[in-house]
Design a protein around this ligand. Structure first.
Ligand SMILES: *Cc1c(COP(=O)(O)O)cnc(C)c1O
Length: 401
């Protein structure tokens, strides 16, 4: 984990350019402030770094491979490398962050962990590290999501977590988040709130980005040994809240030779009314304690997002990405449900790898952008597709022949 002071980094007040900060109710001030005052010191101690690195290696299975996808490269006439976060324990990059945060929580003397989850992926990653450390785990989840995501609910329960259904509002992610915040206000002494992406009030976006930065740290070393240069021409990652992209971009943000591409979910089409293309449709506002781009009505009501991939189905993006995209450092391209489905099939059949539907949005960029035959393109394969089989069977006729 490194610190940097350049143009795209966070400032002392927790802002990336105009985005970020900590817009929280007074009742939450002490909880967030305790974290803000301690996270850097804790994560920079030798004992923390040693334990974090050891767990990433022995428990998560890092470093994940950087795999040259030969048949995919042939198809697009360029050099494509896949960063295999799909091979992490629990099937995605989210565990990098939950391991980091549980180690911070322990060092702050917390004994009780709470989290919110939409699709259940972050809930599973949180329940996993709580089991690992023997800490109590309560996951808030909208009642509607509990119904839609029953395998992940079962996983969390098997791991020993309590899944707390939320019946208010639209019974989805934002309502679960409100309940988690309410819980934290009521248990300020013993509880840590594990947020699952580079969202929320400062210091969460920065802390989560640092934990995920292991992804680009590894890419640097792996590319150097494979291509004699430690950076690619292009990095592509999907963006829900933005944590896997933050990790894949982190060590390249200040290198102007590296083009950064964010794949957002266009759902049924950017202008269909059923999309999650936040950086295109979003306007400045405050969501989950942070000033960023979000999909909202003129009156500031959050617009329910839609994406075939539950992990991209979020009405905001993290403040780091809002700044990277707004300033022109990163480019955002929206991918439809249909394009993601096609990219999933293509990777399965060209490389024998079934990607998560989220990650398939990043793969689908290959159809939209031209790369030349000498370029090196890294795609962050954020997760594996086993969890999406039900959705794939509902949407791909070939699976039901
Ligand atoms: C949760 C998830 C995402 C989206 O979250 P980010 O914070 O944007 O990375 C992407 N891919 C997979 C596999 C996920 O589980």
């Amino acid at each position: 984990m490194t610190t940097s002071t350049a143009a795209y980094s966070i400032d002392e007040r927790g802002y990336y350019g105009p985005f970020g900060g900590a817009y929280i109710p007074e009742m939450l001030y002490n909880n967030v402030e305790e974290l803000r005052q301690n996270y850097l010191e804790i994560t920079q101690t030798k004992s923390f770094q040693k334990e974090f690195e050891q767990l990433l290696k022995d428990y998560v299975g890092r470093p994940t491979p950087l795999y040259k996808a030969e048949r995919l490269s042939e198809r697009y006439q360029t050099n494509i490398y896949l960063k295999r976060e799909d091979l992490c324990h629990t099937g995605a990059h989210k565990i990098n962050n939950t391991i980091g945060q549980i180690l911070v929580a322990q060092r702050l003397g917390k004994t009780r962990i709470i989290a919110e989850t939409g699709a259940g992926q972050h809930g599973v990653a949180t329940a996993t590290v709580c089991a690992l450390m023997g800490l109590e785990c309560i996951v808030y989840m909208g009642a509607k999501d509990i119904e839609r995501q029953s395998p992940n609910v079962a996983r969390m329960r098997l791991l020993g977590a309590t899944v707390h259904p939320v019946h208010s509002g639209s019974k989805t992610l934002k309502d679960a988040t409100n309940e988690a915040i309410r819980d934290w206000i009521n248990h300020p002494q013993n509880t840590h709130y594990i947020i699952g992406s580079v969202v929320g009030p400062h210091p969460y976006p920065d802390m989560v980005a640092r934990f995920q930065s292991v992804i680009s740290e590894e890419i640097q070393k792996q590319l150097l040994s494979k291509t004699c240069r430690n950076y690619p021409d292009v990095i592509i990652a999907c963006v829900g809240g933005g944590s896997n992209a933050a990790g894949a971009f982190y060590h390249y943000i200040d290198n102007p030779n590296v083009k950064l591409i964010c794949a957002e979910a266009a759902g049924k089409g950017v202008n269909s009314g059923e999309s999650a293309a936040t950086s295109i449709l979003g306007t400045e506002g405050i969501i989950h304690g942070s000033k960023t781009l979000l999909m909202q009505t003129k009156d500031g009501q959050i617009i329910e997002p839609h994406s075939i991939s539950a992990g991209l189905d979020y009405p905001g993006i993290g403040p780091m990405h809002a700044h990277l995209i707004n300033s022109g450092r990163a480019k955002s391209i929206a991918i439809t449900d249909q394009e993601a489905l096609e990219a999933t099939q293509q990777l399965a059949q060209l490389e024998g790898i079934i990607p998560a539907l989220e990650s398939a949005h990043a793969l689908a960029i290959l159809e939209q952008q031209q790369f030349d035959k000498n370029q090196v393109v890294v795609i962050n394969l954020s997760g594996r597709g086993d969890k999406d089989l039900g959705t794939l069977m509902d949407n791909l006729e070939m699976l039901n022949a």
